[in-house]
Write a protein that binds this ligand. Sequence first.
Ligand SMILES: Nc1ncnc2c1ncn2[C@@H]1O[C@H](COP(=O)(O)OP(=O)(O)OP(=O)(O)O)[C@@H](O)[C@H]1O
Length: 298
Amino acid sequence: MEKVLEINHLTKTFGKLTAVNDLSFSVEKGNVYGLLGPNGSGKSTTLGMILDVVNPTHGDWRWFGQEHSTDSLKKVGAIIERPNFYPYLSAGKNLEIVAQIKGAHPSKIDEKLKIVGLLERKKDKFSTFSLGMKQRLAIAAALLNDPHVLILDEPTNGLDPQGIIQIREIILQIASQGTTIILASHLLDEVEKVCSHVVILERGKTLYSGRVDEMTASFGYFELSSSDNDKLNEVLNSMNYFEKIVQNGNQLKGILREDLSAESLNRLLFERGIVLNHLVKRRESLEQQFLQITQNKN
Ligand SMILES: Nc1ncnc2c1ncn2[C@@H]1O[C@H](COP(=O)(O)OP(=O)(O)OP(=O)(O)O)[C@@H](O)[C@H]1O
């Protein structure tokens, strides 16, 4: 899989406060990544750093495998603030201005207005738009130069239920055409509905990073490692307990298809000559994990 973004040990401190603490993850092409965490967990600061608007304290990141270059950021479209357009100009005129700034072809305007369902409102003034329509226009503006990656910070904040559904459908449609998406959200529901991958942040630290479907595995999963992970992998695969075994850094992650205690697994593996140096069972669903995070905050 082609890596679009690689973040290594990214840290940002503001005085004594560590807003982002040793964050590492990579983003693969064509997936939808959610940065999930309560207010103040460091989502916006992370987006600010990878977009070159916030200076990191430590750590590094690479877009498209390249050292920092302004060319790379041209392939990234982002909406990190409330949509800001000229209120007295039409949607079409506003996009003409953005297209000129970005050097995008004027034919892109109708194409992108269609994607966000605003083509019929092209001639209407921005000031007459609902919040949801303003947000959709901002997405059209961000898409004008066909970015490879689209970054959205809390894309459905403040919208009514219908507006939320529209934005989520648009995100999925954009992703289905191969654009990689990174979105920050404090809504578990949003991440579960829209994202294939999630990075859960708690006060700047990563609590979980991986696929959403693996996180929500109903019987939980084991994180485990031994001095010979290849052999461990082989033995785990020969057991009927696991849905899937995946490599996760220098650990293996075994997703359970039926209930099994850590004690039983440890015994079974020991009987087959494997001594583990790491074994943790994680059972929580995404929802439970997320509730824990928010409860810890209060
Ligand atoms: N410029 C700044 N100066 C000082 N502290 C800051 C600054 N920017 C962010 N912080 C602090 O860093 C922490 C992380 O903030 P950040 O905005 O990244 O979180 P977030 O998860 O995006 O939350 P929210 O959704 O509320 O923006 C917070 O405690 C915040 O107060």
